[in-house]
Design a protein around this ligand. Structure first.
Ligand code: SF4
Length: 450
């Protein structure tokens, strides 16, 4: 990194830290003052559009402003740790080191690493891709620690657990929070193992945020996850909210639940329960037995596209719709471009939905994995489509994944029933063709608005 970049980085980190300390004292009164100060001190061309957006939010006192105030209702020590780890370590300083490493080795370096501590789960949900791996695998505490240490060397300070059910290993997850207090840990979870004792542990370590899976209202959720799970999730959210702990919701949308989860009632319910963010995932037909009738019609996907954008302008919750939001991040984020996945067997995969690998973390380093053929195919191929509503090399451009898997020699990582790329991509061909027409028309409509 050049000296001037380093100096700019250090100046920004110091200023952000000071500003955050000041905000802690009286957020409502101090938010506008901090922004005035930032505007006075920053050269005009530093983060100009972002600063303008923040100014607008403050002036309008809109849903984003309400969300900021909700953040200040959280436990102060947890909030301060989150700001330090997420904004300073992972995003400001971490991103600069990631860029430097990426340039040096001419490969992708991720902002976040997804890890499966275990493939075991206490539930059996219909259509869960995690169920496809097999149920007796886990990454040891030493391996998880080693991956995180290697990641930090590359500039990665954000670790996201998935599985299986990561909370089956909750003691180890807390130990990792203690071992790496400078990292932020987020965990996808079915929420059923969150209890008072775990909330106390979260308050103690301060750097763990759950993202609880919810598939809609009680009937739809329990139809997929099992009877009683919805009520257990409601209880977990009550506990987290009462302790001022941050958490979010992860929702997979399918042809069956799309109307529920895109409704205003659903979003309002999540806010009322205390969720700070909601991440929406498009259903992916991964696994030899995966149903294709859960894939969305173009009308259903367009509904999600429009509704989430509408809520972003009106609701006090941070929402991302991963399949429809690629325009904000330049397309597919996998293959280490912004994130990667390591399953419970140690297979290093480009994405949590792409179960192919040419590297195992027990045999090669993280950096080597990023430079191996499959990840380099991602690096060289991204973005996979100019239309950002067709970002995926599997779902919307299945011919690309077929080719990358074949050329890299990557193997299926599904232990129970290995699936060829041809079989997986064959399930996406018709969907991709259908969606292309609608996506192209939405994409031109989007450009006409600019
Ligand atoms: S591979 Fe597909 S699902 Fe994974 S990040 Fe890229 S676009 Fe998203």
């Amino acid at each position: 990194m050049k000296f001037t970049d380093k100096a700019k980085q250090a100046a920004i980190s110091a200023a952000v830290t000071k500003a955050m300390d000041y905000l802690e004292k009286d957020p409502e009164a101090n938010i506008p003052k901090v922004m005035e100060l930032v505007d006075r001190l920053c050269p005009d061309d530093w983060y100009a559009s972002q600063r303008k957006a923040v100014r607008n939010v403050i002036e309008a006192k809109d849903n984003w402003y309400q969300l900021i105030l909700r953040v200040y209702d959280l436990d102060p020590e947890v909030r301060k740790t989150f700001f330090r780890n997420f904004i300073i370590n992972a995003s400001l300083n971490g991103s600069a080191t990631q860029e430097h490493t990426a340039e040096k080795y001419n490969c992708n370096v991720p902002w976040a690493i997804l890890l499966d501590p275990t493939s075991a789960c206490n539930l059996r949900c219909t259509g869960c891709w995690a169920a496809e791996y097999g149920h007796n695998l886990s990454l040891s505490l030493e391996t998880l620690d080693s991956i995180i240490k290697q990641g930090k060397e590359l500039g990665t300070y954000m670790y996201i657990y998935t599985g299986g059910e990561p909370m089956v290993r909750k003691k180890d997850l807390i130990t990792l929070c203690e071992m790496h207090p400078d990292c932020e840990f987020l965990s996808f979870t079915n929420g059923t193992l969150i209890d008072e004792e775990f909330c106390q542990e979260m308050l103690r370590v301060k750097n763990f945020v759950p993202a609880i899976s919810l598939e809609g209202f009680e009937e739809a959720n329990d139809g997929r996850r099992g009877p009683g799970v919805y009520q257990k999730v409601m209880h977990a959210m009550e506990l987290l909210k009462s302790h001022g702990l941050p958490f979010g919701i992860s929702t997979c949308y399918t042809s069956r639940n799309v109307y529920d989860v895109s409704s205003e009632e659903y979003i309002d319910k999540l806010i009322e329960c205390g969720a700070m963010f909601v991440w929406f995932f498009h259903y992916m037909p991964v696994g030899t037995d995966a149903a294709t009738d859960l894939l969305l019609t173009p009308d259903q996907r367009e509904l999600m596209y429009r509704k989430i954008r509408e809520y972003r302008g009106t609701k006090a919750i941070f929402s991302i719709d991963f399949q429809n939001d690629a325009e904000y991040i330049g397309g597919c984020i996998a293959g280490g471009r912004h994130y990667m996945h390591i399953n419970a067997n140690g297979d290093v995969e480009p994405c949590a939905f792409i179960h192919y690998s040419d590297t195992n973390i027990h045999e090669q380093s993280l950096l080597q994995a990023l430079r191996n053929p499959l990840f380099m195919a991602y690096h060289d191929g991204q973005p996979f489509n100019k239309n950002m509503l067709r970002p995926c090399p599997m779902l919307e451009n299945p011919q690309k994944l077929r080719r990358m898997v074949e050329e890299s020699g990557a193997k299926s990582t599904d232990m129970q029933s290995p699936e060829s790329a041809e079989h997986l991509c064959g399930k996406c061909d018709a969907y991709a063709e259908n969606w292309k027409v609608r996506a192209d028309s939405l994409w031109s409509e989007r450009h006409m608005q600019e």
